[in-house]
Ligand binder design. Structure first.
Ligand SMILES: [Zn+2]
Ligand SMILES: [Zn+2]
Length: 184
């Protein structure tokens, strides 16, 4: 999706960098083949002290996702601030105690490579972090009927009518009598 946007750490001035990105929209294949983000933009405030870089940023846009239950596409708003602390490679033993619990504002710590920060990776990661584990168009999405494929949010299941007249009616009756006998 996002084109490559690299910042050379040595180019970050004393007073910091303030950057706006308007061209973040595009395909997000990490989610699935059809996922895109539109109207996406971001901004970054980049500060350096020595070789350590602190970034606070914000990304917003509209993700177009497919519902896990009904398969319909729906818009999902991303609007999130984020913070990163980036260190040069090899700087593992600084002030970060591994037992120290991250509290309050969570800061992601990363190591940058080749003296540059790949801004597109930060935006991509932040967008992906917003995608829920279960992607649902709404909390109570009814999904598709596994039998007739009806979108149960929109229409009633046709299974009963189909089985009532079709070759599966015997099977359906059998199922019904089985479940009613089990119920007792
Ligand atoms: Zn749905
Ligand atoms: Zn059905």
């Amino acid at each position: 999706m996002i084109s490559e946007l690299h910042i050379k750490v040595s180019d970050i001035p004393e007073e910091g960098l303030f950057l706006n990105f308007e061209e973040l929209s595009g395909h997000i294949p990490e989610i699935d083949d059809y996922s895109t983000i539109s109207s996406a933009r971001g901004r970054l405030e980049v500060r350096r002290s020595g070789s350590e870089v602190r970034i606070s940023g914000h990304v917003l846009g509209i993700l177009h996702l497919s519902c896990d239950r009904c398969l319909n596409r729906f818009p999902f708003q991303v609007n999130t601030p984020f913070f990163y602390l980036l260190k040069p490679p090899g700087d593992f033993h600084s002030d970060l105690d591994p037992d120290h619990e991250v509290s309050g504002d969570e800061i992601e710590v990363y190591w940058y490579e080749d003296g540059e920060i790949r801004v597109e990776d930060l935006f991509r990661e932040q967008i992906l972090l917003q995608v829920p584990m279960r992607i649902l168009c709404k909390k109570d999405c009814m999904g598709l009927c596994p039998g007739c494929g009806a979108d149960l949010n929109e229409e009633r299941c046709q299974c009963k009518e189909i089985t009532g007249h079709g070759p599966f009616s015997v099977l359906a009756n059998l199922k019904e009598s089985l479940s009613s006998s089990q119920g007792k």
